[in-house]
Write a protein that binds this ligand. Sequence first.
Ligand code: ATP
Ligand code: MG
Length: 345
Amino acid sequence: MAREKVITTVPADEVKTHDAALRPKLLKEVIGQRKVAEKLEVAVQASKKLNEPLGHILFDGPPGLGKTTFATVLPNELGTSIQLTSGPALSKPADMLPFLTNLDEGSILFIDEIHRMPRVVEEFIYPAMEDFRIDIVLGEGMSARTISMNLKRFTLIGATTRSGMLSGPMRDRFKMHEHLEFYSVEELAQIVRINAAKLNTPITDGAALELAQRSRGTPRVANSRLYWARSYAAARHDGNITEPIARAALDMAEVDRGGLDKNDRKYLEVLIELYGGGPTGVEALAATINLASDTLSDEIEPYLLREQYITRSPRGRVAMPRAYTALGKLPPKAKPDDKQGTLFE
Ligand SMILES: Nc1ncnc2c1ncn2[C@@H]1O[C@H](COP(=O)(O)OP(=O)(O)OP(=O)(O)O)[C@@H](O)[C@H]1O
Ligand SMILES: [Mg+2]
């Protein structure tokens, strides 16, 4: 995937390798997201009993919450194969052909970042999704003709960080639409303990909790914090991750006690110090921080919004009292006419 991960403490390609190594293989190994997992269990059982392919599924939610994980677990549950591609790699309908012609009966085609697929490709796969058929135009001008080709019955799984950017007709063609939420600290602590065991790294419950608390509600971040603490424990100590070691490792990585990292704090600093706490447009913030505005809205803001460090107003982003406290500043007093507490003097 081309998009750079900025919310982690290790380089993007390294994170990808970690992702693959620690990714759950079966639904029962997936921690949290119980409602989603239970619905998928029902869908898988039904698919097997009725001998029908699973209906098309769309996963949406911020990066690192398990969209690819769910997609790659499903073929294992169904005993079928999966092909993986992504929206930006599909620039024209012909780019879809190798995937569509390689399908096995009941197999899965996973399209990551599906909101970045061009409209022509989208329209090309509508009949594939509805009737397992594609229409191919041969020749040009007067001699052009369309031939229809039948496909094996398959399941399309789409993943997106921006379901709002998906066209209505595309969204409607998915039978299930599952939104992934941020994880609780307990769920993340469980993921950390399981993954430490996979990495043969002893960790205390207190240390797992410390890492979980400082992982922005995100399993991918928890994994990268764990990798860092493991390196720190091996380099500076005997390899065991205890609570003081976890704390020291994260302090050194500049992850604060609330779990915010350098980019989060930079965002809040710019919003408060340069733009007086907002309201400010995301483009202006992105230009000042020198990051793509997509990175801000996809990777940094969802957690800050959820934890009420910031809020969105029609005129832009606004810093909330918690943002001031996180930076060791005194929050300004709310204006008397501001019932929601989003405007500050
Ligand atoms: N529910 C879960 N239980 C255990 N581990 C998980 C879970 N969800 C995610 N993880 C871990 O977090 C890593 C990142 O998750 P994943 O790659 O599925 O995120 P994603 O939503 O596809 O992110 P992106 O939008 O960046 O593609 C996985 O490799 C896995 O190790
Ligand atoms: Mg993914």
